[in-house]
Design a protein around this ligand. Structure first.
Ligand code: UFG
Length: 338
């Protein structure tokens, strides 16, 4: 079975490609390499193309049995400042992909959605039935594309799975794939960079939330657990399963301070930190109820926070040189090392 991974050279897509190939699927990578990395997908068939390019898509979708759509802009803060870019990529271009998929006669589609669709949930843990009330353009585009999938499913017989990721983190155990962004905003890589003195400190955005230690709580899910959920979702679609939506998280939340403490344990280094004001739009607690995925997808995460940090740490150590190249303005580390 040939599966087109749109945005497949990115952090999550590349891990999924590896797991799919291990399970006997043939991943075909479609990426414009704006943020993806060629070396993450060297071993696979790769097509360089834009999601907005109908002709290129038409060609890429020949002999494809299913599509997984990862390609999206995914920074909450940026989405508030540049909604046009978010609506264009995450809606307009994504609909071009969806239309091309349906036109090619393909009826299996997996979508990378996000816990951002829930906004600030009133109930915890978050179920798939918890009302979707996104509070930023990023979450709004994810919710809107889910709606498009529902309509296409009803009208055109498309079968889809929308996977609502919680906080993806960690790296492949091989040390060959991991988080590599020109601008990093995610907590775990920033904490590890601070441990390595690749930055001065990690900034803690608020310690006055109504949580036990005052810092925000998130549900961190290992990227390879996310990857295996995609394999399960694909198997569900190939076994004639119905369209569905799943939360993907562990059901266990960790505060920012708990993540920092765990990172110190894993790295055996102190993580310098500073308390800053709250970051706009951060819900205090996001933790998922994974029961639906357990029951219907027969999937449950196998790795916890320590495994996430252990693999992310291995990746950070292995890629220090690349990191220096991609962020030349950052403080160099050597002279500051403890
Ligand atoms: N945080 C810090 N300092 C940092 C970075 C993050 O204190 O330098 C805190 C944030 O305030 C948050 C937690 O660490 O409480 C996690 O932040 P991330 O930026 O790593 O991740 P988010 O929880 O903001 O983002 C996640 C997903 C998004 C999704 C969003 C929904 O990555 O895709 O949740 O709120 F949209």
């Amino acid at each position: 079975m040939r599966v087109l991974l749109v945005g497949g050279a990115g952090y999550i897509g590349s891990h999924v490609a590896l797991r799919l190939s291990e399970r006997g699927f043939v991943p075909v990578i479609y990426d414009n390499f704006s943020t993806g990395h060629r070396r993450f997908v060297d071993q696979f068939e790769v097509i360089q193309g834009e999601m907005a390019d109908c002709e290129c898509l038409r060609h890429a979708l020949k002999n494809i049995d299913a599509v997984i759509h990862f390609a999206a802009k995914a920074y909450v803060g940026e989405s508030i400042l540049k909604p046009r870019e978010y609506y264009t990529t995450n809606m307009t271009d994504a609909l071009t992909l969806l239309n091309a998929t349906v036109d090619a006669g393909i009826r299996k589609f997996i979508f990378s959605s996000s816990c951002a669709v829930y906004g600030v949930p009133e109930q915890l843990p978050i179920r798939e039935t918890t009302p979707r009330i996104p509070i930023n353009p990023y979450g709004q585009t994810k919710a809107a594309f889910e709606d498009a999938l529902r309509s296409y499913s009803a009208a055109y017989g498309l079968r889809f799975v929308a996977l609502r990721y919680f906080n993806a983190a960690g790296a492949d155990e091989s040390g060959t794939l991991g988080e590599m962004r020109s601008t990093e905003t995610h907590l775990i890589p920033l904490v590890l960079k601070a441990a390595l003195r690749r930055s001065q400190q990690v900034n803690i955005f608020g310690n006055d939330y109504t949580t036990p230690d005052g810092t925000c709580i998130r549900d961190y899910i290992h990227v390879n657990d996310l990857a295996s959920a995609h394999v399960s979702a694909l198997e569900l679609l190939f076994n004639e399963g119905e369209s569905d939506v799943f939360n993907l998280g562990t059901g266990v939340g960790f505060s920012v301070l708990e993540v920092i403490a765990a990172a110190e344990k894993v790295s055996s280094l102190r993580v310098p930190r500073a308390i800053l004001p709250r970051r706009t739009g951060d819900p205090p607690i996001l933790v998922c109820d994974g029961e639906h995925a357990r029951r219907k997808l027969h999937w449950s995460p196998q790795r916890g926070l320590i495994e996430i940090l252990r693999t992310a740490w291995k990746w950070q150590i292995a890629n220090q040189a690349d990191d220096l190249l991609s962020t030349p303005l950052r403080q160099s580390s050597a002279q500051h090392r403890p």
